[in-house]
Design a protein around this ligand. Structure first.
Ligand code: LLP
Length: 426
């Protein structure tokens, strides 16, 4: 459920017509709904109820400060993968003690900053990373809280680029090597073992792979117990899918309830804090990308709707052949319907937002690409020297600019010409 719907033929975000946002802030523009973000977060929090838990929103999905600030106020934790994400969380008022740090290649300086900030846990992905973290913590006179990201080797049944829990993926420690890695972690003086985690992929639409992964982690937990290694929290990562088209993924509530039920059979589970790292299921359907039709270009075999947003603004269709709904924002005017490829201004054939879409539109009309709140703006680039779009958050009948459109000068900020004598010096 989200808060983008038609009222009298015009698409609204909460109580704001998207036409008003385009007038006020221009296009292309990302529009997020505060109420939808809050609702999706609450669905997790309510499902977990009184079971000790922490929902660590995956910052990579949408790292706008307004999004992070809203979730921080609701009590969320955060899953970060870089020091940049850590600084964003801190700038947005997030609590370091609720932050988990994932990623396969944490640098020493990133580890040091996270240790000084006092994060909850490092999700460690390899033995050499354990040794690096131990050394950094030792130099700072601290102990680093660690969880090992285990690769449970389950098939998440999702797009190969976003599947992460198979043996062939670069992520995590193979489940049959995990015991030895935990023994190493327990023996290293500047580490403190606190958790166990996995993340098997993204846009999962079935519960079975999550439950399989949980079962494998519980077997491991048992073995760890036998060796006297006690774990405080179990982190099952993110990955719950969203309906982009006709997928019917379980709702966060059903997902969390199923996991809790499976977990409850496990002795001592009531003392095990459960962590999730959802990104997409919180943010995707809380956002749209608003774009304007520049030209309609009818052709012999194809009609093109050329819009002002491009693959640099939203790369998911080009990169993963992802399908996202594209809607006409204002349907009050009579238009002939036709089948269009919706394409952007970038000089690449792969620059499309959608193919073969039936739309009743004319030049200058506004379109909304749905489900663009996650992995949208965060994956935007300046390709073709295009400034990144504005971001707006609607809240009831108010619309707040939460990131202004990138200015042209920002495109070359930090660059410099060669010195005047460069050619002579050669
Ligand atoms: N935790 C870890 C360790 C992750 O690697 C990810 C996502 C998440 C949590 C959040 O997963 P989510 O709940 O959002 O599925 N750019 C791709 C998605 C890449 C996901 C990467 N990892 C896309 O646009 O589909």
């Amino acid at each position: 459920m989200d808060h983008f719907e038609y009222r009298d033929g015009v698409l609204y975000g909460e109580d704001v017509p998207l036409t008003r946002i385009a007038d006020e802030f221009g296009t292309p523009c990302y529009v997020y709904s505060r109420a939808t973000l809050a609702r999706h977060y609450r669905a997790y929090a309510e499902a977990l109820g009184s079971h000790p838990h922490l929902i660590c929103y995956a910052v990579k999905a949408n790292s706008n400060l307004a999004v992070l600030g809203l979730l921080a106020k609701m009590g969320a934790g955060f899953d970060i993968v870089s020091v940049g994400e850590l600084e964003r969380v801190l700038a947005a008022g997030g609590e370091p003690a609720r932050v988990v740090f994932s990623g396969v290649a944490k640098q020493e300086a990133e580890m040091a900053r996270a240790l000084e900030a006092g994060i909850k846990c490092f999700n460690v992905e390899s033995r050499p990373e354990l040794e690096r973290l131990n050394a950094v913590a030792g130099r700072l006179g601290l102990r680093a809280p660690v969880s090992l990201r285990v690769n449970p080797d389950v098939d998440a049944g999702t797009h190969p680029y976003i599947s992460t829990g198979l043996k062939d993926n670069k992520f995590g420690i193979p489940v049959d090597e995990a015991l030895a890695a935990y023994e190493l972690a327990a023996a290293l003086p500047h580490l403190e073992v606190v958790g166990l985690d996995c993340h098997i992929g993204s846009q999962l639409t079935e519960l079975a792979p999550f439950l399989d992964a949980l079962d494998r982690l519980l077997v491991l937990l048992e073995r760890l117990r036998e060796r006297g290694i006690e774990i405080e929290h179990l982190d099952l990562g993110g990955g719950l899918g969203v309906p982009y088209r006709d997928e019917r993924p379980p709702a966060p509530f059903d997902y969390a309830t199923a996991l809790l039920e499976r977990l409850s059979a496990w002795p001592g589970s009531e003392r095990l804090t459960l962590l999730f790292e959802p990104g997409r299921s919180i943010a995707a359907n809380a956002g749209v990308l608003l774009t304007r039709v520049e030209f309609l270009k009818p052709g012999e075999t194809k009609n093109f709707a050329i819009v002002d947003a491009a693959m640099n603004d939203l790369i998911r269709p080009a990169l993963y052949q992802a399908w996202q709904a594209i809607l006409a924002v204002d349907t009050r005017h009579p238009r002939d319907a036709a089948i269009y490829d919706v394409v952007g201004p970038v000089c690449e054939t792969g620059d499309f937002l959608g193919k073969d879409r039936e739309l009743a539109i004319a030049a200058d009309d506004l379109l909304a690409v749905r489900s663009a709140g996650a992995y949208g703006f965060v994956m935007a680039s300046n390709y073709n020297s295009r400034p990144r779009p504005a971001e707006v958050m609607v809240d009831g009948d108010r619309a707040h600019l939460v990131r202004r459109r990138e200015r042209l000068e920002a495109l070359w900020a930090g660059e410099s010409l060669l010195p005047d004598d460069a050619e002579e010096a050669r």
